[in-house]
Design a protein around this ligand. Structure first.
Ligand SMILES: Nc1ncnc2c1ncn2[C@@H]1O[C@H](COP(=O)(O)OP(=O)(O)O)[C@@H](O)[C@H]1O
Ligand SMILES: [Mg+2]
Length: 310
């Protein structure tokens, strides 16, 4: 499957969608890094221990590699666990970076998400692994998943395969976060079809907006044809360097283009994130008092409030 998207129609012109108006209600409030007043991000009460769960499913998606999808999946997941939730992280990239980032060696896996997608012999319990953080579980993947992409092409309802797997375990978690591969192929279409929301991490670099039109176009097609319930939860600025004019300009441009869709939380560039990959744990435990850990804690609150906004 090529990176050109599953739907074989010409690439849309680069056109920035109409931005929802930026709220200017509170003008004396402190401005966040996106230049807008910070909203009230009250910490929710801890969830009841015996609650009935039905996980909200969120995909991290951008066909560009190296924009912070995997880092966001791991650290947003860990921050949601700190709020008291049970969270499953789905590694849906054949490179297995999410698995590596949580200390799981993809090369020695006996079973991976591949087995769940292509055989009825296994249940999720056979594949799900714990992580170093309690209540943060992982559905690991490895290079086998790239074979699944090819094999699924001939299956009936090939776009709904991941949804069928996840629907069976939604009752066991509060959140399921899917780390997508850097492509818009069948795997990513499966992730979007299985999701309630999509988060688009966007590197605060000059060419960041390139490719966003193709991504939003793919999301609209999934909404039209496969999953009318899918919503864009937000655009997350990552690798932000507020000390440079360039960084601030790119973020300003992103906010001009996407308005309130842009999360107030911005993830700054710091070497702590590559270090956490080596350590095999989230930043919330590796460097618990660091600004990077706090940024993902704030993102978790924004995600909570955006899920409960209706
Ligand atoms: N905020 C950040 N600051 C510095 N490095 C980062 C940041 N976020 C991610 N990285 C690093 O950048 C690389 C790519 O990030 P990753 O999350 O794997 O992107 P993707 O999953 O989109 O390919 C990784 O080495 C990661 O550790
Ligand atoms: Mg990745």
């Amino acid at each position: 499957m090529s990176d050109e998207g599953l739907f074989s129609e010409p690439e849309p012109h680069f056109e920035v969608p109409d931005a929802p108006p930026v709220s200017t209600l509170v003008d004396d409030a402190e401005l966040g890094p996106t230049g807008r007043p910070m909203p009230d991000l009250t910490r929710p009460a801890p969830p009841e221990p015996g609650r009935t769960m039905r996980a909200r499913v969120i995909s991290m998606c951008n066909q560009k590699g190296g924009v912070g999808k995997t880092t966001t999946t791991i650290n947003l997941g860990a921050a949601l666990v700190e709020l008291g939730y049970r969270v499953l992280l789905v590694d849906f990239d054949p490179q297995g970076s999410l698995s590596v980032g949580l200390g799981v060696n993809p090369h020695t896996l006996e079973r991976s998400i591949y087995n769940l997608l292509l055989s009825r012999q296994y249940t999720a319990d056979d594949v799900i692994q714990p992580s170093s953080v309690e209540d943060l579980h992982i559905l690991p993947s490895n290079i086998d998943l790239s074979a699944a992409e090819v094999q699924l092409v001939s299956e009936v309802a090939r776009e709904q395969t991941l949804k069928r797997v996840l629907d069976r375990i939604r009752g066991d978690y509060d959140f399921i976060l899917i780390d997508c591969a850097p492509s818009l192929g069948l795997l990513t279409i499966n992730a979007l079809t299985a999701s309630d929301y999509v988060i688009m991490p966007l590197e605060c670099e000059f060419f960041a907006l390139r490719g966003i039109a193709l991504l939003t176009d793919t999301i609209s097609k999934v909404q039209d044809r496969l999953n009318p319930d899918l919503e864009i939860m937000g655009i997350l600025g990552t690798m932000y360097d507020g000390r440079t004019l360039h960084g601030r300009e790119v973020l300003e441009r992103v906010v001009q283009a996407f308005g309130e869709q842009v999360f107030h939380t911005v993830i700054r560039r710091t070497v702590k994130f590559p270090e956490t990959t080596v350590a095999g744990e989230p930043i919330t435990t590796y460097a618990t008092a660091s600004p990077g850990a706090d940024a993902y804690r704030q993102l978790a609150l924004e995600v909570y409030h955006r899920c409960h906004a209706q």
